[in-house]
Design a protein around this ligand. Structure first.
Ligand code: NAP
Ligand code: MG
Length: 392
């Protein structure tokens, strides 16, 4: 390796797996060059979360990072870890600093069939992570009166429209988005589609929301026409916009193999639906892509707390390391592509194939054994990793 990979360690069971993956699968084959950041909760607390900011800056500097799952503190975690403060989710901090978009994709393996019969290839979902109902202002209306939408320009007369003349009680909501955020999102999607060489779909409800959703559609199209049209043609891929109702119907009838860009709420809901239909949360990867082409790879699941408590009591756990292995392989492949290291790309491919072949041969963690079609032997995490190492 020539350029360091930004390595972000994490918490609980995934932290245990992280170390095992490095020792058993990576270090015997790759002279790993990483810049290590400990995003485990104790060190985040000790550095007042500066370590998360430093890791984000390192990704900006080098271009590629790989992250272990981390605890997002809540009240209970405050007590458990005696925290100075309820630190923000590291993923939110990274996303904000990198201005990035999260793409989630299932890892498909023979023997675990998606619930939707005709899905043959992965469907990747992109979710816009700013604004709309997630940053809305809401109000309960107790009785009759007029609700208005008012915008007061920094230098000018207020603009005002009536939302509704209430005759009785009800509810009210105001939400917004930003051209800059929509533009960054669009660019991240176009960049990712080019990297994956897959078609990009974008859906919204612009027939009903002509101005709001219409703005999203327009910004996507303008950026595509001005900056990406030719590159898409050269790559032999397609971008198109379609109404969300139509997108849902087409997704269900498709065989997969494309990227579906969604608005914030649609992405929240649809990513859970697609993940469930593909079989298992433990088989979902997640990539954060910034509009200027920086990448951060991780597993979509959390720190698997329940398994960790069992592990602390000395018990064996059968926690699925596949998504974390694919986070590493994805990051190493991307590093290899950027630095022109064919061997590193080749290793990433071999690691993924070895992992899938072990599962296809019938050896897997227990979460998969229960949904596998065929003879399955459920093993613990370390036995599974050793089986991959042997095949590798
Ligand atoms: P979780 O860690 O994803 O686990 C939820 C349940 O899903 C587990 O108890 C387990 O079910 C199953 N599961 C998930 N991943 C698995 C794997 N690799 N192998 C086998 N089973 C797996 O979610 P959570 O319990 O809601 O959250 C735990 C912590 O993770 C929280 O502190 C949260 O803040 C954090 N989190 C971090 C991220 C991130 O860093 N990206 C994302 C989500 C959550 P069974 O117990 O039934 O076996
Ligand atoms: Mg959700």
């Amino acid at each position: 390796m020539t350029t360091p990979l930004v390595e972000m360690d994490g918490d609980e069971m995934t932290r245990v797996l992280w170390k095992m993956i490095k020792e058993i699968l990576l270090e015997p084959h790759v002279e790993l060059k990483t810049e290590y950041y400990d995003l485990g909760l104790p060190y985040r607390d000790q550095t007042e979360d500066q370590v998360t900011v430093d890791a984000a800056m390192a990704i900006k500097k080098y271009g590629v990072g790989v992250k272990c799952a981390t605890i997002t503190p809540n009240v209970q975690r405050m007590e458990e870890y005696h925290l100075k403060q309820m630190w923000k989710s590291p993923n939110a901090t990274l996303r904000a600093i990198l201005d990035g978009t999260v793409f989630r994709a299932p890892i498909m393996v023979q023997g675990i069939r998606p619930l939707v019969r005709n899905w043959k290839k992965p469907i990747t979902i992109a979710r816009h992570a700013y604004g709309d109902i997630y940053k809305a202002s809401e109000m309960v209306i107790d009785g009759p009166g007029k609700a208005e939408l008012v915008f007061t320009p920094a230098d000018g007369e207020p603009k005002k429209i009536t939302v509704h003349e209430f005759k009785g009680s009800g509810v009210l909501q105001g939400m917004h988005n930003l051209d800059a955020s929509i533009g960054s999102y669009a660019r991240a999607c176009f960049e990712f589609a080019l990297g994956e060489k897959q078609d990009l779909w974008f859906s919204s409800k612009d027939t009903i929301s002509k101005l709001y959703d219409g703005r999203f559609k327009q910004i996507f199209q303008q950026i595509f026409d001005a900056e990406y049209k030719e590159r898409f043609e050269q790559a032999g891929i397609e971008y198109f916009y379609t109404l969300i109702d139509d997108a849902v119907a087409r997704v269900m009838r498709s065989e997969g193999g494309f990227i579906w860009a969604c608005k914030n709420y649609d992405g929240d809901v649809m990513s859970d639906m697609v993940a469930t239909a593909f079989g298992s949360l433990a088989m979902m990867t997640s990539v954060l892509v910034s509009p200027d082409g920086n990448y951060e790879f991780e597993a979509a699941h959390g720190t698997v707390t329940r398994h960790y408590y069992r592990y602390l009591k000395g018990g064996q756990t059968s926690t699925n390391p596949v998504a974390t292995i694919f986070a590493w392989s994805g990051a190493l492949r991307k590093r290899g592509e950027l630095d022109g290291l064919a061997d590193l790309c080749e290793f990433a491919g071999r690691l993924e194939r070895a992992t899938l072949e072990v599962i296809e041969s019938g050896v897997m963690t227990k979460d998969l054994a229960s949904i596998f079609e065929g003879q399955a032997q459920g093993v613990n995490s370390e036995e599974f990793l050793r089986a991959i190492a042997q095949r590798l």
